[in-house]
Design a protein around this ligand. Sequence first.
Ligand SMILES: Nc1ncnc2c1ncn2[C@@H]1O[C@H](COP(=O)(O)OP(=O)(O)OP(=O)(O)O)[C@@H](O)[C@H]1O
Length: 584
Amino acid sequence: MKALQYLNKYFSKYKWRIIIGLLITILSKILTLQVPKLIRNSFNVVEDYLKENITNLEEVKHQLLINVLLIIGVALLGGFFTFLMRQTIIVTSRLIEFDLKNEIYQQYQRLSLNFYKKNRTGDLMNRISEDVSKVRMYVGPAIMYSMNMIVLFVVGFTQMVRVDPKLTLYTLIPFPLLSISIFILSKVIHKRSTIVQQYLSKLTTYNQEFFSGINVVKSYGIEASIIKDFDQIADESKQKNINLQKANALFFPLMILLIGISNLIVIYIGGLQYINGEIQSGVIIEFIMYVNILTWPVAVVGWVTSMIQQAEASQARINEFLQEEPEITNNNQELTEINGKITFKNVTFTYDDTNITALKNISFIVNEGETLAILGKTGSGKSTIIELISRLYDVTEGEILLDDKPIEQGNLDAIRNQIGFVPQDPFLFSDTIENNIKFGKEDATEDEIINAAKNADVHKNIIDFPKGYKTILGERGVTLSGGQKQRVSIARAIIKQPKILIFDDCLSAVDTETEEKILSNLERVSKNKTTFIISHRVSSAKNADKIIVLDDGKIIQQGTHNQLITEKGYYKDLYQQQLLEKEI
Ligand SMILES: Nc1ncnc2c1ncn2[C@@H]1O[C@H](COP(=O)(O)OP(=O)(O)OP(=O)(O)O)[C@@H](O)[C@H]1O
């Protein structure tokens, strides 16, 4: 129960709702338990008339009518309070669920990129949906049924003892047996349903991967083997489901058997007492009703216990994430002004998870408004430089200065707000093209959006779609080509008019002619902005103020285009090779 203590703050936040819920529960159960008493009275009145203890038939009719009206009234009122009980407690559980989801979501936003690298997306999604739902079952139904059970038992038991202590004792004999057997059965059901759930997610994951990779599956013609694998998982899943249903199928017969035994005891012992003249016939009916009313709360004990166990496990998983501290912290709360000068001083960086030293002793200076092009073979550390500038990671050794001050001392939001980043593999949301571009600047006007799209050379493609800028992208919308995606992503970065622009190999999917056009537009757009261009093409780098060439995390060449084409090395080789390709 330790993990669940985390929820105490929410219980305290909603304490009044919970207290009112508790009071309503008590009221509704007291009312429910009036019905057996009234029925006992009705039977006793009839019995008294038959035994001639009461001789006036009109009086009997009158008492019966009053009892019937009271039964209807009490049942209606009890129903109304049961409705109110659900309204208060279940609604409170939904409010706590909402708060908890928001808390986890805010924590997700706070955490650094490394956290996302270490944890799988499925796991992140599961904790905020599945695990929170399981916790809700504890704060809502589990608490409601527990209150229900306690109140019913205390009130019911007191009423029974008052009427007939001996019969009460006999009636309750099967109850421990009932709760133990249901507890054991609930455990079996819980175990089996967990396995069924695991198979369900196995099936979902399998299908999700299959649908995502449908192109590969179809082009390799391996549908038959996919179907075979699917059949196997589906067959195992079916078997586990059948096992679960077998356990489920035992639940009701077991309940009915135990209720039956209790009823038999009441009839037998009560019957003997009646023959001996110790009780009236109404008491037997009253006790049969108690058996039926009290059996259900006992039956849910096992269920409630398993709900609490599951919630405990889920909350422990949630707490793991909630207690995680972001590696990158904002050390300056003041919104600082940024000009865009970037200095790398002997920077070395090692990725925690793989222990790969991606950058080794890197130094360079990019003045405000200058353009730096970074070239190098794949895996040489180009993207890592960019991640450090955006402070997605902090350096392992050395120092990065922003406007001559350590980057860690700047306001994190201000830095990120002043960076327009176009990643290697652009991500567009399932939303309109317009909103995808505006993502960089929420309050952008239509003119600004069109202007950014024109500068990214994608405006003409967009207006060719029947719905233009309102075209929906993504799974149920239009699929853009790789080059079109890159250009929408460029428009998103430049609309922000940031101080620092970063293009991470983002022109790889466009032809050289479009590349030329975009580059000349960007030259205009990125005037006075510090710009980083990562590329595999000399054509993207040649106009930069400075060029650095990386190999295995080290700078092996640096200078301007004119300097580097005269120097023997990677840059000159690449230049000549790409010149040749152009001529061919
Ligand atoms: N998130 C990460 N976790 C661990 N190692 C990483 C991570 N990202 C990159 N690396 C490793 O760091 C090295 C440099 O990678 P980086 O992505 O910076 O290279 P790159 O020059 O941008 O390559 P490419 O041109 O293929 O994009 C590689 O060996 C890579 O495997």
